[in-house]
Structures are given as structure tokens and as C-alpha cells.
Design a protein around this ligand. Sequence first.
Ligand code: SAH
Length: 213
Amino acid sequence: MQDTLKHKGLRNKLAEIVADQGITDTKVLEAIKNVPRHLFLDSSFEAHAYQDKAFPIGAEQTISQPYTVAFQTQLLAVKPQDKILEIGTGSGYQTAVLLGLGATVYTIERQQELFKKTKLFFGRMGYRPKKVIFGDGYKGLPNEAPFQGIIVTAGAPLVPKPLLAQLAIGGRLVIPVGQTEQVMTLFIRKSEKEFEKKEFGNFRFVPLLENKN
Ligand code: SAH
């Protein structure tokens, strides 16, 4: 599989589509233009890669819709070198978008099959997250905390306390909260004990599951 000018052209269109839906952060739009989303899908699905749609990636999981990736990333307000924790590595697309913004990325996946596949894929593609971890995102990554940003890419029935605890002061947690439908929720840590909470519309994600291991 390779990246071509045709793919690049389709990505420019995709960036326009998400911009029309209200994404204004030019760095996020740049990342959408640059990350070759078709390479994150099985080659038979390549034709779907630049539609603004979620798509199956195996192990009953999905690569999030580009608009959703852009929306969550915009809420995260990433600055270069920020330490970011991603829960739900999946295909690795969101990870690549975060790397494109210059973040230092830690990413956790609980499906072993996807974890192995995506870790190998990062290596082949030259993507360099700081750590790709097989584990339970509910627990976060206490040994690497604090994080400037934490992004949860699966629907959380409740907000895991460890994730709030692992935010730096000023840090942001972007998490879709709810059972069948989720409300995109942003927590900003104002001080050791205070968190500001903001809610942004409904989304649908695959569920954030407790680990079986
Ligand atoms: N960021 C991904 C989205 C994948 S969908 C992408 O860009 O492709 C959500 C992912 O979260 C799935 O891969 C699922 O296996 C994973 N997941 C679900 N519960 C989890 C948990 N408790 N810890 C870590 N990952 C989890």
C-alpha cells in the first residue's frame, strides 16, 4: 500500500468537510490532510477511507469517524511536546493525528489482537509513540502521569477516577460519557481538587470495556 497524490487530494476534501462541520483549529485540519487514513484500514476498504465515516477495523472495533477525531483533538488543545495519553489505540489513526501535532503520545489498547497489529504497523510506518501499551485504560498510566491531555476514544459508562487524577494542573480530559449514546465531555483541571466540566453534543462510540486480563 502506498500514499499517492490522489489520496492526498481526497484528504484535502475530507479536511474541507470537517471544516464545514465546524472544526476551526488549522493544526488539526493540517493533521487530517497529512495522515494517510487509507493505510489504517484493510486494503479492501480503501475506497471508504476518505468518507467522513467510522469503519470496522477487526475485533469488533471501529476507526472513529474523521469528524469525531478532529472534534476530540480540537477539544484536547494539544501543544507541541505535550504529554498525551490515549485510551483505545485501535487502528492507530488518532495516535498518528496526535503525533502530527507534535505530542508525546502514550496509548493503551485492551484488545490483544489490535494491540499487536497496530504496534507493528506503527513500526512499519515510522510512527513513534512514546509507549504503546497492552492494558486497561480505566486505570490510565499512573507511572507516567501527569499528562497535559488524556483522550478516551471509546464510550465510557462513567468517568474513570484515575484518569482525572492523572491530569496535570491545566490539563484536559476529553471523554465521551454514556451507555448507548455518549455526551462528549471535557474536564479541565483547575487545581489539585477542582475540575471544570463542559459538555458538547452526542456521539456514538464502541464501549470502553473493563479488562478481561
Ligand atoms: N483511537 C482509535 C479508535 C478505536 S475504537 C482509532 O483511531 O482507530 C476504541 C478502541 O478502544 C478499541 O480498539 C477498543 O478495543 C479500545 N478499548 C475499549 N475498552 C478499552 C479499555 N478499557 N482500555 C483500553 N482500550 C480499550
